[in-house]
Write a new protein. Structure first.
Length: 217
């Protein structure tokens, strides 16, 4: 009985012990809140600094967010590329246009998506109806939709007719390249050109294959 009473007394928190545990829990919560607040303030600080410098801040999760990936990690994000498509700068530039080709109807985007980095930039220079020069930005997902919209109404075929210039350099076992080229597009294979013009692609090699970083036209 004496031992039982002793155990019961030990199991009942003493006022001092209860207060100590309460203060410890309160301190832990305060630390967590302070950490959270510091994180929020850091985000606002970066945004404020960027605003002061006149730099746009990408939204969380944006394709413009900072990242670094290995060849294997990048390969896991996209459909498997045809080895011949990504072997050289010229090959991948020709492939990125051939990959949108097809008759009217459903279009399979796998080959197209296998060529691009996740944050690839696609942009063009055009004029609006008022004659003002417009610079357009096309996230990869938007261009995928645009291509399918075209195939919903007609066939679409693009061809690189001339590689004008390739500038290439090796770096850290990988490489960089800029390809300047001319291409045409029509609604039938070899048909009358609906679009034609010069374009420029920026490419990177991860040591095993080439990737499209940006394509501008």
């Amino acid at each position: 009985m004496k031992r039982l009473l002793t155990l019961m007394q030990q199991s009942i928190p003493r006022p001092f012990e209860t207060m100590r545990l309460y203060r410890r829990a309160l301190a832990y919560r305060q630390i967590r809140f302070a950490t959270f607040l510091m994180g929020v303030l850091a985000v606002f600080s970066v945004a404020a600094s960027a605003a002061e410098l006149g730099v746009a801040v990408p939204p969380p999760g944006s394709v413009f967010a900072q990242w670094s990936y290995t060849h294997e990690q990048l390969e896991a994000m996209v459909p498997r590329a045809r080895p011949e498509d990504v072997a050289t700068p010229e090959a991948i530039v020709r492939a990125l246009h051939e990959s949108v080709n097809g008759p009217k109807g459903p279009w399979n985007s796998d080959r197209f998506r296998s060529l691009y980095l996740p944050n690839a930039l696609l942009a063009d220079v055009t004029k609006n109806k008022q004659g003002a020069v417009m610079i357009g930005n096309h996230p990869l997902v938007s261009l995928l939709k645009d291509v399918q919209d075209v195939h919903d109404t007609s066939g679409w075929y693009e061809t690189v007719t001339k590689i004008i210039q390739i500038s290439k350099t090796e770096k850290h076992g990988g490489g960089l390249a800029v390809v300047y080229y001319h291409g045409v597009a029509s609604t039938t294979p070899g048909g009358k050109a609906k679009e034609d013009g010069d374009s420029m692609a920026i490419l990177m090699c991860d040591g095993k294959r080439w990737w499209v970083v940006s394509d501008t036209w």
